[in-house]
Design a protein around this ligand. Sequence first.
Ligand code: NAP
Length: 310
Amino acid sequence: MSTPDYDIIIIGGGPAGLTAGLYASRARLKCLLIEKMFVGGLVATTETVENYPGFQDSIKGPELIQNMEEQAKRFGLEIMTGDVEKVGIGENELRNVKLTNKELSWSCLIVASGTKPNELGVNGESELRGRGVSYCATCDGPFFKDLDIAVIGGGNSAVEEGMFLTKYAKKVYIVHRRDKLRADKILQERAFDNKKIEFVWDSVLDKIEGSQTVNAIDVRNVKTDAVSKLDVGGVFMYVGIKPNTEFLNGVVSLDKRGFVITDDEMNTSVPGIFAAGDVRVKLLRQIATAVGDGATAAFAAEKYIDGMNR
Ligand code: NAP
């Protein structure tokens, strides 16, 4: 069998993928990281990171990720932009990834493709996407200066991004389907102290209204069924995440939500394919846990390649 193009191909350029790339490159393996859009994943669109150890006064998300990228490149990691459409694992052929216009073969694959935001599928959501409906506060927040806006959800993203949006908006409603937040306690304390935030408890989004841009939302109280209208110029959706694993269907075992199932060493159900970071089934999705996954996956891949060559 001919030599594959790369010892390791990593899919996804967030903290997990970049850390895998750093460790693999330092192990002197020929390693390529493929990123769909821009390196950084979710962190690149995070204003401030406060819970990644080592930065006493916090660090900007884009700065942290740029440091990770430069560090990995310094040891020889190759990075390319590309959209992986399929992973090939045919028995008697080279194992490969199929991109839009080429195929690249590997000895080991590390899937670190992260997640994307859930959509709710309510009326007006897709019609007004990009015209008041947003999934990224850092990207779109400045467009909502001095407007009233709504954030949907009660997790870390909703609360953190809701607070970020108060830098621009006149008022931020956080609409949550329960009367208790899922977000970390420290974020909750800050949000409750923020005068620009008003919580709308026990409520779900029924409809987004507007013709050219968003001008109101209908929210329904799940306890009383009463529907009320909030006049807002924008709505930010933070109702959870789903994994970027479409290209893996039928290749490795996924859970029912599509997250990759791994063991402690990041092995998937297929020998030689590993997964790291938010894309895999795990308890805690953080930068701190993603980098640990990335390091473990690269180390396990190195051992796998050693075994192949023995
Ligand atoms: P998440 O933690 O899954 O929270 C999603 C929120 O949306 C929950 O409050 C959930 O309500 C609500 N929700 C889900 N489906 C809904 C529906 N159909 N209608 C209305 N509300 C709905 O997602 P996330 O906040 O995007 O965070 C994703 C991951 O990244 C998490 O692991 C999170 O900890 C991590 N993260 C961490 C940080 C940080 O450490 N600073 C920042 C951002 C994200 P319920 O609570 O009722 O289920």
